[in-house]
Design a protein around this ligand. Sequence first.
Ligand code: SF4
Length: 368
Amino acid sequence: MQPFGLYIHVPFCNGKCPYCDFFSLRGSEAAMDEYTDCVLEKIRSSAQKTGRKADTLYFGGGTPSLLGGKRIARLTEAARRSFGLENAEITVEANPGGDLSGFFREAAAAGVNRVSLGLQSSDEDELHLLGRRHTADDAARAVEDARNAGLTNISLDLMLAVQGQTQESLARSAAFCANLGAKHVSAYLLKVEPHTAYWKERETLRLPGEDETAGLYLAACRELENLGYRQYEISNFARPGFESRHNMKYWHGEEYLGLGPSAHSFFGGKRFHYERSLAGFLRGDGPEQDGSGGDFDEFAMLRLRLTEGLTDKACLARFGYPVPERVKKAARLYEAGGLTVCGEDGFHFTPKGFLVSDMLTGEILFAK
Ligand code: SF4
């Protein structure tokens, strides 16, 4: 059986960014201890139930660096004892600001070998309008601290279509990532989600319009490619060989187990998730069931997020049949418009296609 990916959601942040809809809250030392003990218990009980091996571990959040190196080490050690983690990619997310040097040293000693940092922009005005609590210099220092601790596999997050952003400022942020030696860049389009502070202010925000947003996304793809980052997913770019192994499991339709409030899983053919409640998680509330997963439509939707796209080879390996001819035929209809690239073996979306991927995926997969 293929090893699965283990995700641990760390639900603590120093404050709430106005656009963020991830589950996070301010955490005391006592709450972090209690949370850590609870996740340790879940790791043990999951290992007993499944008897399976994992080969990626991802600490996401929230701000996992707030947990501190010692708690991250306890969790990593427990995951190793329970799930093997042989030759594993072990990622920890962190947010710049404050002195992270000790944290990175302890995390590296515990086996963490990849860092994902929430840079978002190198432009101070954009950072301010995003409500971020760090500067570009803080981010540069965090990268240096990670590297000094031996953590050289560094990913930086950028946010696209933020207030005041231009293609020029975006190009500077992309170059900033390259100059810092990032091996991977995630560039997400800002989306104003319900229940966020941005949502309440949405009438007064000066966000780029639809055309401008499309221009910014295409500019990000272009700039990052020019800087040597190969796009491999709608929002993810990497130096060759530095694609996120953990996140690839999501898009390849492979199994992952999520622990922590709001964490989602696809395991044993089932999808399930923990509620967005720390109290519920600590109380021992089990995950909510979301039904079965992994059918052809779901598999195709996930694969079409990737630049490798939907191929006969992948479908044959998974389902024993190639990409259905009606799907290939529908994908060809969008080739002349520059939205898809089709070959004998399958097809994939272009950056222009990614911009309308929800619509495009539906039109192609559910074509008669
Ligand atoms: S630091 Fe990240 S997880 Fe925390 S509130 Fe800001 S965007 Fe959300």
